[in-house]
Write a protein that binds this ligand. Structure first.
Ligand code: NAD
Length: 272
């Protein structure tokens, strides 16, 4: 069920599914969405410094009145905050806004040339201090990770990437796996652009499920982590209700076959 967790290389575990809160800028709406997700079994909430809503996420979590270790909170260091001192200061600020003593997962939001290693050194130090439990990257390609490996003491345990049926990133997902890195799919639903795809619609009809549910089930069966976003309680519930059916291997192949390597975001540039 939605409670299933993935083991990370650093010994921690992470819920396989979570709620993304990108572009949830209305505080009241965000609080309602987090509450509704929690009630449906979501335990992971994915925010970022860049989203401008860490304080609202903090409020929403406080309002849940749950034990800290019952939930898993991810935030990401913005491009402007990269660098050793800036990263440390920005994460202390994030923790204040989130009203937390630690975040479960801290990600470098985007690979940039400046401060590439200094930022990561700050991540390692924040982990050592216990201010973050696990450290990872986002939007890192193979070369970024190989470059990071030349100086890192610890490698990322999660790499959050744009992944959906139109951008399956199979080679990158395999690379992550070979390096003991969990791929976490952002825009797992392709931000809504795949719902009308005839292949998805046909499979959905056969199972009596929605297009969104088929897509998320594909992620689940691939073994990735994924963080769909919605502010509508019925969709939040629907996105968690994917554990009572199974895609056959032929259906998995049909969805795999939809890949067209089209991105929502720009392609991350090489940094050196
Ligand atoms: P998504 O693929 O999760 O799609 C979200 C959109 O799909 C919603 O706005 C809604 O319109 C629609 N939707 C969701 N559930 C639905 C349902 N059941 N039925 C019909 N429509 C539905 O896209 P996203 O929000 O871009 O990505 C998810 C999360 O990933 C974000 O909220 C954020 O936390 C994270 N993210 C990370 C990065 C990064 O660079 N690391 C970039 C973008 C997003």
């Amino acid at each position: 069920n939605i409670g299933s967790r993935i083991k990370l290389a650093d010994g921690h575990t992470m819920p396989q599914e979570g709620l993304g809160v990108y572009r949830m800028t209305d505080e009241e709406q965000l609080i309602k969405s987090v509450k509704s997700a929690y009630d449906d079994g979501y335990r992971l909430f994915d925010t970022a410094q860049m989203y401008g809503n860490e304080a609202a996420v903090g409020k929403a979590i406080k309002d849940l009145h749950v034990n800290r270790d019952d939930i898993f909170v991810t935030t990401k260091v913005a491009e402007d905050n990269q660098g050793y001192d800036q990263t440390i200061a920005s994460v202390e600020e994030s923790l204040k806004k989130l009203q937390l003593d630690y975040v479960d997962l801290l990600l470098v939001h985007w690979p940039i040339h400046t401060h590439f290693f200094e930022t990561w050194r700050a991540f390692e130090s924040l982990k050592e201090q216990g201010l973050v439990k696990s450290i990872g990257t986002s939007n890192y390609g193979m070369l970024h990770l190989q470059y990071l490996a030349t100086k890192a003491n610890e490698m990322p345990v999660v790499n959050q990437l744009e992944v959906h049926p139109y951008l399956s990133q199979q080679a990158m997902v395999d690379f992550d796996r070979e390096n003991h890195i969990v791929t976490q799919a952002w825009a797992p639903l392709g931000r809504g652009r795949i719902f009308d795809d005839p292949v998805i619609v046909k499979i959905a009809n056969q199972h009596g499920k929605s297009a969104a549910q088929v897509i998320l089930r594909w992620h689940f069966q691939r073994g990735d982590a994924f963080i769909p976003k919605s502010v509508h309680p019925e969709r939040i519930r629907q996105n968690a209700d994917i554990y009572d059916f199974e895609l056959s291997s032929d259906e998995m192949k049909l969805v795999d076959g939809l890949n067209r390597n089209t991105r929502i975001s720009q392609e991350p540039e090489m940094v050196y």
